[in-house]
Write a protein that binds this ligand. Sequence first.
Ligand code: FES
Length: 457
Amino acid sequence: PKPIDELIVQETGLVSREIFVDEEVFKEELSRVFARAWLFVAHEDQIAKNGDYVVSKMGTDTVIVTRDMEGEVHVLLNTCTHRGMRLCRNDMGNARTFSCPYHGWSYSMDGRIVETPGDLAGVPGHATYYHGELDKKDWGLVRAPRVKVYKRTVWASWDPEAPEFEDYLGDMRQYLDYALDGRDGSPGNNEMIGGILKWRVPSNWKFAPENFIGDNYHDISHRSVDLVGINPSGGTGRRDDEPDDVTTLGFPKLGHGVIGEMPYFAEPEFQPQWQTNPEVAEYYRQSHERRVERFGDEPRVSMTVGTIFPNMSFHGRQPRTIAVFHPISPTEMEMWRIFLVDKDAPDAVKDMARHYHLSYSGPGGLTESDDMENWSYATDSSRGEISRSIYFNYEMGLGHAREVPHLEGAVENGVFTEENARIFYRRWAEFMKAASWRELHPGVGPGPKPGRLIPTK
Ligand code: FES
């Protein structure tokens, strides 16, 4: 492939199609992006009790996200250190010990048995065939050295030098909070509705976070959502007039971006939406009142959808969801979607949210089908010898970004613009070029947590 500065041409807003189809670029991004960035791995509801685990992904690696017997969360590479057998082949469950089906090595999650949960506890024939010489301490599961539980979501990074998670988010954190806090603003008041929905999509993974970071321009794709009346913004298809209260906000130094209100807003009057059931309507009205009380006249953020670089996107309002895009190959990804609702909401509210999510974006919904069709065809029609040699055009709104005084490091770009996509690809190019986190996040020292990335022996 071409050098990075020829793949992403920042001055003209051109992006080479090679980054969506090329095998070499894909391999590089696994090591330079996915082995360094903070990645969303799980929701705490999936590991509620001690011993609970869920199998997740970081790049193309599978990991076990588990809560040990003392309640601490670990992210462990899902491969036996002996001969590489996939240790855990369930999606989720509860286990004090993971035993390898191949030769029987076992790893304990109990700190009373091993020094660190995830360490090797049992080796068949240790005293006899190994003559007691194998040092079990050196052959524990490989663990992500950085793990952060944030408002019921679990994140991890393979890079011990990654900045603190809050620094990685910067002021984008306020927008993530909007999605993870309760509708009345209560911190971290969210729970998962059901399990994760998963799709295998014949698309490069980057199309999805690029779309969620601020592609209002594609609303023509969701005409079907408008026609059946479930568009959260009450849309009517393509709009050429820019509403003055909505904009896209991007964080050029961080690679994150969002579609939100400009940039802070005063709490609007309560707008009854989504509520055909009086109990649901009352819950949202009371939540609104509590929110106004909680924040008073403080300026606040509000958002509909955004992306945290590289592969996590989220919706803050109805629908309130987390989406993750796991790379499989240059031309295939696995998309996961989790739906959220206030943890302390009554059953009627949770039921309403579940029904809404399923019609909007579940397997029987509309939006995923619209988007995945676009991303899959765009990937496929960029694979050819001639088509892969040309560039995508991202020049909408080039040079029109405006600084936002109250939001650190943010730019405000208007409703219809490709500035946020350019921000995403500029950050991607920085990751692809940088030798270490010191170049990616100047001023932020190495993280404090010790961790074993590779067995020492
Ligand atoms: Fe796991 Fe041999 S591969 S014990």
